[in-house]
Design a protein around this ligand. Structure first.
Ligand SMILES: Nc1ncnc2c1ncn2[C@@H]1O[C@H](COP(=O)(O)OP(=O)(O)O)[C@@H](O)[C@H]1O
Ligand SMILES: [Mg+2]
Length: 481
């Protein structure tokens, strides 16, 4: 007998909703993580760049101040004292200034140094061919010549945003330029020193800039990588929980369906049981009438007596089935009388004696005396009867049923061992399922009834094969206190 097939309901979407949320949330968190880490890495690398630039700027400012002092002391002042004026077009003056400048910047990372006069012409340059040229001065040279604060500026040969993609950068891609007012000595105490020209120093910072960019790249890729790993873990977790949830939901649905069909089965059982109950009385009348007619009928008419015999046999079989079914469908509460197991066995064997004798079945009885249990002797009788009939049917002819009974602690152990072919290993787990039978005329209710009677008495039923073959049914019942 199989439980009805599962209902294929539409999937319950109720539990999917939180997971959809979780999925959206994880994508959202990925975006947040990526954006945050990108912002963080830009912030970190920008501050690294700022630090680098400030350091370079400070260095150039110090250098320029020193240059200013050296040029004034070692070149401007002596030249004016000797010649009355400064003219850098004179090679000797140029040489002198160049010596001063070179002695100061020697060994320092300075690319180029220029001095502009008031007409924005390059009066001096570390590159000799630039001297006397106009148009080289930057636009803000005028502000510096007016004595304003020094200006520093980065000159980039490529747009800054493109730089990370162009690493390695060529020499001179990023240049730092400082423009500084070249001053003399104050003419009177308390006055600001006069501006003599504008000093421009440039330094190639491409190498340092490239280092910052590499640093930035490492930070960005590390952040991206770690956020990807985190996200992958999150997705994995999500997938797993989705699977577990789906399995659980599937199981729930299955249980729900089983519950439904069990309920249906139970109510159907109740209906069938009441029908069976109604059938029992008329069936009894049919059986006894057939028996009566068999005795009275003309025994010479073979056809009639065979038909009456068939009616009688079939009604006996049918009432057995109905009784089995009712016993199973409406088990009654056992009475609690003190009963001796031996007495019940005597009754059962006495009832079966005639049938067994005809089939050549002998009983080998080894039962200890005084096996008292508390229970319902009618029900226990029915259980023993079913086991013994099964044994008799299994042998299908002459054989022996060995019957042992003894006390073991506070329990009585009963063993029914027949000399048949024993229980089939493949069907053994299903023998207690209601309606499971291998017989053409079986109901498959005998062993389930035995089981329910024994359990209702607080006992247990064990089915196995005997050491020398044959089926062994072992019954344990608690002794009466
Ligand atoms: N003594 C036995 N030896 C071998 N098989 C048995 C024995 N008793 C029961 N079985 C098997 O268990 C099945 C179920 O038995 P039961 O519940 O009494 O129903 P039924 O006797 O109506 O078939 C039988 O059909 C048979 O295959
Ligand atoms: Mg049976």
């Amino acid at each position: 007998m199989k439980i009805s097939p599962l209902r294929q309901d539409a999937p319950d979407t109720g539990a999917d909703i939180p997971l959809t949320y979780a999925r959206t949330l994880s994508w959202f968190s990925l975006v947040v993580i990526v954006l945050t880490s990108l912002a963080l890495s830009f912030f970190i690398s920008n501050s690294a760049r700022e630090t680098l630039l400030t350091r370079q700027e400070n260095f150039l400012h110090l250098l320029v101040e020193n240059l200013n002092y050296q040029i004034y002391r070692r070149f401007a002042l002596p030249t004016i004292l000797a010649n009355g004026h400064i003219s850098l077009r004179q090679p000797s003056q140029y040489e002198r200034l160049d010596q001063v400048v070179q002695s100061v910047i020697h060994g320092l990372p300075v690319d180029r140094l220029r001095i502009y006069d008031f007409s924005h012409i390059a009066a001096y340059s570390t590159k000799k061919d630039e001297i006397g040229k106009s148009g080289l001065a930057p636009l803000n040279v005028e502000d510096v010549l007016r004595g304003e604060t020094p200006k520093s500026q980065i000159i980039a040969a490529v747009p800054t945003w493109q730089a990370p993609f162009r690493v390695p950068l060529g020499d001179g891609t990023f240049v730092l330029r400082v423009l500084y007012p070249l001053r003399g000595e104050p003419l009177q105490a308390g006055m600001s020193p006069p501006v003599m020209g504008a000093l421009e120093v440039t330094q190639d910072i491409t190498g340092d800039y490239e280092q910052v960019l590499t640093f930035q790249g490492i930070i960005v890729s590390m952040c991206l990588l770690s956020s990807m790993v985190m996200f992958a873990l999150l997705l994995m977790l999500l997938h797993r929980s989705e699977r577990v949830l789906a399995e659980r939901m599937q199981k729930n649905r299955q249980l729900e369906n089983e519950l439904h069909s069990n309920e249906k089965l139970a109510s159907m059982g109740r209906v069938v049981a009441s029908i069976a109950h109604e059938i029992r009385n008329p069936l009894g009348i049919i059986r006894s009438s057939a028996e009566f007619l068999q005795k009275r009928a003309d025994t010479t008419d073979v056809g009639v007596s065979r038909m009456l015999g068939a009616i009688y046999d079939e009604s006996v079989r049918l009432s057995q089935t109905v009784n089995d079914f009712l016993d199973y469908a409406r088990p009654r509460q056992p009475r609690q009388d003190i009963t001796d197991i031996n007495q019940i066995l005597d009754q059962t064997l006495a009832f079966l004696k005639g049938d067994m004798g005809r089939r050549g079945v002998t009983i080998n009885r080894q039962t200890a005396p005084n096996l008292l249990v508390r229970g319902d002797k009618d029900l226990i009788y029915r259980a023993f009867y079913n086991i013994l009939v099964n044994g008799q049917q299994a042998m299908d002819g002459p054989g022996t049923i060995t019957l042992r009974a003894r006390r073991e602690g506070d329990r009585v152990c009963l063993e029914f061992l027949d000399s048949g072919k024993g229980f089939d290993h493949t069907t053994l787990p299903r023998l207690l399922d209601p309606f499971f039978t291998t017989k053409d005329n079986g109901t498959g209710l005998g062993l389930p009834i035995v089981q329910s009677i024994i359990v209702s008495h607080g006992g247990t039923l064990e089915l196995e094969n005997g050491p020398e073959g044959g089926a062994l049914a072992r019954v344990w019942l608690p002794t009466a206190k």
